[in-house]
Ligand binder design. Structure first.
Ligand SMILES: C[S@@+](CC[C@H](N)C(=O)[O-])C[C@H]1O[C@@H](n2cnc3c(N)ncnc32)[C@H](O)[C@@H]1O
Length: 321
């Protein structure tokens, strides 16, 4: 259809449509089977969902979940021709099991998580995810959630802010930034926050903007992203049938570590100390990991879509009990 992958990406970006990453790798890992049931836990603009539906040749059903109603509308538009095969659910994947049960998707054959935020959210002027626009501090994926970035920035103590920026932003100067934020409060907008961080951190030539890590930390806290992921992975074990595939794409080391540790723990089984004569823990392996290392995008993909450069895909198959 397009001359090359590069042209396809340029056309999508020109239309401000989120470009899905690692699409072929997702399809290889999830292994779409005829008449299967698949759940896209981070539907976004529906790019992976569309690829999955195509691979199912009209025989599969797909449940698309997203916390962001704007993303749901974008995906609904894109997936019109598959409307008989798709069920949409606005909600947080932290409630994966109950949503999947409610929509008749247990047991499922495949689960996909493509974590973080879409380029549409990043470039949306009123959402407060980016410091490119000076707008109120929001950063909620789901506007029905009560707590905004403004509540966090203006409500936490200096120590709490410092801990959060250190933990979720992996920012070495977290204490300095927290002190500056507390001095500058109240902080109402993304621009004010970015300038507050800029004032205490020297510009890093050619590197990411100095406020990037602070913004990432606040977004993770607002949306409780790491706790939702940990909980959803565990619930995935009860959603998938034996032989079903769990596929996760993460974009920073905090997420990837959670996935890696979960896969390691659940593929290990017995956790009794080495010389215990007989197993007393009663644990058994629930997963078989498909790849020993995270799958990364090709050089061609990174060249066409810079956002893909930090993507890491891990996948596992559910074992029979
Ligand atoms: C990277 S985008 C997904 C893009 C999608 N794979 C595509 O092809 O268009 C991530 C999406 O996950 C959603 N999201 C993030 N955390 C979520 C959560 N805990 N529950 C539900 N949706 C979530 C975001 O709102 C965003 O739309």
């Amino acid at each position: 259809m397009y001359q090359s992958y590069y042209n396809y990406v340029m056309i999508m970006m020109a239309g401000n449509i989120h470009v899905p990453v690692l699409v072929n790798e997702v399809l290889a890992a999830i292994e779409v089977r005829a008449h299967g049931a698949y759940i896209d836990c981070t539907l976004g603009a529906g790019g992976h969902a569309e690829a999955t539906l195509r691979a199912g040749h009209g025989t599969i059903k797909l449940l698309g979940i997203d916390a962001d109603p704007e993303a749901m509308s974008a995906a609904e538009g894109r997936l019109t021709m598959w409307r008989d095969s798709v069920t949409f659910a606005h909600g947080n994947f932290g409630r994966l099991l109950s949503i999947a049960k409610d929509k008749g998707f247990v047991p499922a054959d495949g689960l996909l998580f493509d974590l973080g935020l879409s380029s549409m959210q990043l470039s949306a002027t009123g959402r407060g995810f980016s410091f490119q626009y000076d707008v109120p501090l929001d950063m909620r994926f789901d506007p029905l959630e009560a707590r905004t970035a403004g509540d966090i920035v203006n409500g936490l103590s200096e120590t709490e802010l410092g801990d959060m920026i250190f933990r979720y932003g992996e920012e070495g100067r977290s204490r300095q930034i927290a002190r500056a934020i507390v001095r500058a409060r109240p902080i109402a907008t993304t621009g004010q926050l970015a300038r507050t961080v800029e004032a205490v951190l020297p510009k890093r030539k050619g590197r990411i903007h100095v406020a990037t890590r602070t913004f990432q930390a606040i977004r993770i806290a607002v949306n409780n992203e790491l706790a939702s992921l940990e909980s959803a992975l565990v619930q995935g074990l009860d959603v998938l049938r034996p032989g079903g595939r769990l596929v996760v794409i993460s974009y920073h080391s905090l997420e990837d570590r959670i996935v890696k540790q979960f896969f390691r723990r659940e593929s290990k089984g017995c956790v009794c100390p080495p010389r215990t004569p007989a197993c007393v823990c009663g644990r058994f392996p629930r997963l078989r990991t498909l790849y020993s290392k995270a799958v990364k995008p090709s050089a061609e993909e990174v060249k066409a879509n810079r956002r893909s450069r930090s993507a890491r895909l891990r996948a596992a198959e559910i074992l029979s009990i």
